[in-house]
Design a protein around this ligand. Structure first.
Ligand SMILES: Cc1cc2nc3c(=O)[nH]c(=O)nc-3n(C[C@H](O)[C@H](O)[C@H](O)COP(=O)(O)O)c2cc1C
Length: 173
């Protein structure tokens, strides 16, 4: 399998710690960790396999009011990037208890942008083991990536990311 670029934002919180845990499972030689606030214009070009990590933080997602958000700044680069032939997987941090109507919405917003560029994601996940009411990340009955709730289901994170890494490794280039 080719090297995977793990692009994540925001930095310094759970999105970053999950990025590191995914990297450990992939193996040190098989991945690079790239915080979005340090991502250069060409960084996406270097990888055929990409993982995007994103947190849903209400208005701080890029499509709403432009407040502090690494993703908001990164979006113009993603819109211009050439992504043909790349395999892309998404994981999303969220909180199913306090935001049950918007659980990991940002993952769905990112997915729609990728779709506009002709890219479908790998690593889709069944919602059966999750409790929530609505989510923009649910498409055709599946989550478009891996939801992680470190606020209220952190005890499930290890098993979720282990199963997901196994899944995406079989789908990556
Ligand atoms: C102001 C605020 C708004 C949030 N809105 C949502 C939301 O709409 N949907 C959701 O699933 N989680 C929401 N969350 C939960 C975060 O996604 C979750 O805490 C996540 O772990 C934060 O990522 P970070 O630790 O990398 O900053 C919100 C959290 C905050 C602080």
């Amino acid at each position: 399998m080719k090297k995977t670029g793990i692009f994540y934002g925001p930095a310094g919180g759970r999105t970053e710690s999950v990025a590191k845990r995914l990297g450990e499972l992939l193996g040190p030689e098989n991945h690079d960790l790239i915080s979005l606030d340090r991502a250069g214009a060409d960084d996406l070009d270097k990888y055929d396999n990409i993982i995007f990590g994103i947190a849903t933080i209400g208005k701080e997602t890029w499509d709403a009011e432009p407040v502090e958000s690494a993703w908001f700044d990164f979006m113009p680069r993603l819109e211009k990037a050439k992504l043909e032939g790349k395999k892309i997987a998404i994981y999303g941090l969220g909180d199913h208890l306090r935001w049950p109507l918007h659980f990991v919405d940002a993952m769905g917003q990112l997915y729609r942008l990728l779709q506009e560029k002709g890219i479908d994601t790998v690593g889709k996940v069944s919602p059966d083991d999750y409790t929530f009411e609505e989510s923009e990340a649910l498409v055709d009955g599946m989550f478009v990536g891996l939801p992680i709730d470190e606020d209220f289901q952190s005890e499930l994170t290890s098993q979720r990311i282990k199963a997901w890494v196994k899944q995406i490794c079989s789908e990556f280039n």
